[in-house]
Write a protein that binds this ligand. Sequence first.
Ligand code: HEM
Length: 316
Amino acid sequence: MSAMKTEEDANGTSTANGGGVCAEGGVTVLSPTDLSEMLAAGTKEVHEKAENTAFVKDFLKGRIHKELFKLGHVALFFTYSAMEEEIERNKEHPQFAPLYFPHELHRRDALARDLEFFYGEDWQSQIRISPAAQRYADRIRRVGRDQPALLVAHAYTRYMGDLSGGQVLRKVAQRAMKLPPTGEGLNFYQFDGIHSAKAFKQLYRSRMNELELDTHTKRRVVEEANLAFQFNMEIFGELEEVGKTLQDDVLDAAPAHDEMPGDVSQCPYHAAKTAASSGSSYVCQVAMTVLKNPSGQVLMAAWIAALAGLAAWYFM
Ligand code: HEM
């Protein structure tokens, strides 16, 4: 969902701060030239692509390998370090200043706490920036130095995304990796300075619309946001490649069948696994199925007794 036609602001009243925003009966009407609307529409396609990457899809299904989650956090740490340094550099720049919310948004320290939880006290000596994260961070630093207006695109892509899906991802990650419910390792998803993500996103959109940018610059911001999505997808691609080198059975976050109630044979997933496994395990499966049935147990006992009798007769 995005800010497409009409939106109420955080308090249900207008936040008309200029930039083509006007109020009609408590509803804020956005003109087609509003940056927030241009960004939402202009990144729709690439957003869908990002949603459909294998890494993101697996993540949402709870198929999260802890090693990949940790590496993802490392990439985020370097990305946010670059972004937040550039934001600090430009906090008074008129083309960025209205979006300066360090207390509410900044993620570097939260990521540092998570990395300490995963890697231990000497986490800094254990982590390395990956090539894709390096390219992303280099780009952020370049725009921070040379074209501060484009920094808006990077802040938008990450912070609005984090505020949109963060809580769902937090729950999925916590369950899949059995992390403590108290939040260790998941600080990245926790925005302590934000009471309502929905209200904050509305405020952020109205602040983006307030920026004094000409149409050409706004278009460049949208292009830069597309680039930011691409950088994120390159990082997902890198993680997918690492995932291929990790053991499949560890990647599979489906609960073990012996932990589940009910009849194992009814599960198509289990059937597929059984078909792929060896003949001897099939024999064992048949034996187990017979043994679960009371009449099967009698039959099996009779068979064993007959076999024992035959063996005794043979050896005597
Ligand atoms: C399966 C993965 C994803 C799902 C299901 C998803 C879902 C959503 C949803 C439902 C919203 C709308 C929230 C709202 O308006 O309140 C949203 C917004 C957003 N998402 Fe995602 N998202 C995913 C991946 C990503 C990724 C990978 C990024 C970027 C790295 C991203 C960046 C954004 C941004 C910037 C917005 C704000 C759009 C706007 O209102 O202008 N999302 N997402």
